[in-house]
Design a protein around this ligand. Sequence first.
Ligand code: WTA
Length: 648
Amino acid sequence: MSPSEKVYNPSKEIVKRALIKSMDEYHKLYKEAEDDFEGFWDRLAKDKIDWIKPYHKVLDETSAPFYKWFVGGKLNVSTQCLDRHLDKRGDKTAILFEGEPGDKRAITYRELSNEVNKAANLLKNQFNIKKGDRVVIYMPMIPELPVAMLACARIGAIHSVVFGGFSADSLRDRIIDATAKLVITADGGHRRGQPNMLKPVVDEALKDSCESIENVLIVKRNKEKVNWVDGRDHWYHELINDESNVCEPEVMDSEDPLYLLYTSGSTGKPKGIQHSQAGYILWAQLTMEWVFDIQEDDIYWCSADIGWVTGHTYILYGPLAVGTTTVMYEGVPVHPDPGRWWKMIEDYKVNQFYTAPTAIRLLHKVGPDEPGKYDLSSLKILGTVGEPINPDAWIWYHENVGNKKCPIVDTWWQTETGGHMLSPLPGATPTKPGSATFPLPGIFPEIMDENGNKVSANEKGLLCIVKPWPSMLRTIWGDPDRYVSNYFSRAKKNGKPVYFTGDGSIYDEDGYIWITGRVDDVLNVSGHRIGTAEIESAIGHHPDVAEVAVVGKPDAIKGESIFAYVVLKTDHPKETLTAGIKEVVTKEIGPMARPENITYVPGLPKTRSGKIMRRLLRSVAKGETITQDISTLEDPTIVGKIQDSMKH
Ligand code: WTA
């Protein structure tokens, strides 16, 4: 983390092809936004979006922090992603799909557009879905998933995609919170060589309190047998071909919601992050150009799941808005062997590859020499997202996957930000392994102390964004107060509340930004964001549990693993309990939230006001010697007792 550490400069070949070719060009763009904030965004919005009707104001701050962008403008995001490409790129491949069993589909922009129009008509004509209605999508990674999302965008319905790893309870909570009218799902997908069933989860979710759901639309994927509810359930393939491939796009306001995506916070239930139309698609498009340097013949692959924001912005909306070819893969990276992804890069001649540090660490561990067995020479740019990347993983990725010639863009962003915020530019920024480097043009972060003052170099602070940006979340669905209290009540600049990210970070001597991780009670497990409060609430529902505290413990592959301290109501045999507790978590949230460690303790360390000292519990989980002051605890002896319980 000091200037003496090795810095990686972009190679001549990358600079030659790059849209932004030097730090001077980056600084020029950055300064343009600094000098004339609205003028900067105005120029880009006019240039990049096919407006049905122009906006009359770039930014309306009168109800801040409820910002409005490109006020009065009309557009349709599906048109931006499909129709406008058809003349020039109708026969170009939009989606290159590969299923886990090895089945392949290449779908052109024209074919995708036809399918989206048909699906849009289906939603309108058969299921009475109208502008503003919510549609929950619970699907495997198959092309019908982007089709469903774009069909919603075409008719102005608000999609809410739920990751296929979530349980029936989680799915139900999201359906109820969004009062969705329709669920789109599939029989199931393929994962690790096994059928991964989804329809049964939907059936289970809909058993209870989902009165708003009128119909379930089901894509046939893995051909496993599923239960059927007559009148409610409909096969997609039986209906889709009756529909016309012409569906007039709904005229949408810049600020109409495009989608909801639920994510975890430090307290309470997951929040429905609400994104807009114009600002979101503008930033998705710009970051594809700036950060991935997408050019006409590139083949681009983001290995995320569309159930998370990375998949929304960087498998679907961004790639299609810029008219590139986006690769989509259904399964896990290690099936049938740890060379699967590298083989796909070779087969499709992928130019940009974007993945998560947890996947890089896993593939490094299970197959360090695998990349060398494939021809990865098509690769030009590598990306990472989701958590801080440790320099070891960065260097393995750089040397073994990128053959030392591909810049790595370490992109820092969040569900709430809609798109990249901090990232190197591949043809400009000298990178340091582990740092997301600098903000993109138009983005104004500041690392602050608790009093709102900018911290000095090497001093840890809170990462805040001091000006609004077009792709920011607009609100939390149905809970505007929580939007304000969650994001705009912690930090101020010049008396004005600013966006607080929940992440800690540091500037080094060269002004590079290093993310140190969440400062709130949100865990990042294998790149999945999970609130400790949610896990605690699930564990607390086990009949034998009196009290519980959950913390993250550093993990070499997952980044963090889940560590639960449980106080029991009475003395029980622990063996069956542990399985029972894990089961409750799987049922209420999903398998990704199962605790790795459960330790039974006689009590929890609390302050006299009853607050659980999680910092202390994190140290204990790591096996550290406790040096913190524990005299403020209600019962200072509890720490020793907890440490004793860990020995058993
Ligand atoms: C973390 C994922 C360090 C961070 C796009 C953030 C990162 C949270 C990085 C958001 C990165 C994401 N370096 N940390 N490059 N990217 N994070 O909402 O803690 O699933 O707040 O969005 O992931 O997770 P989310």
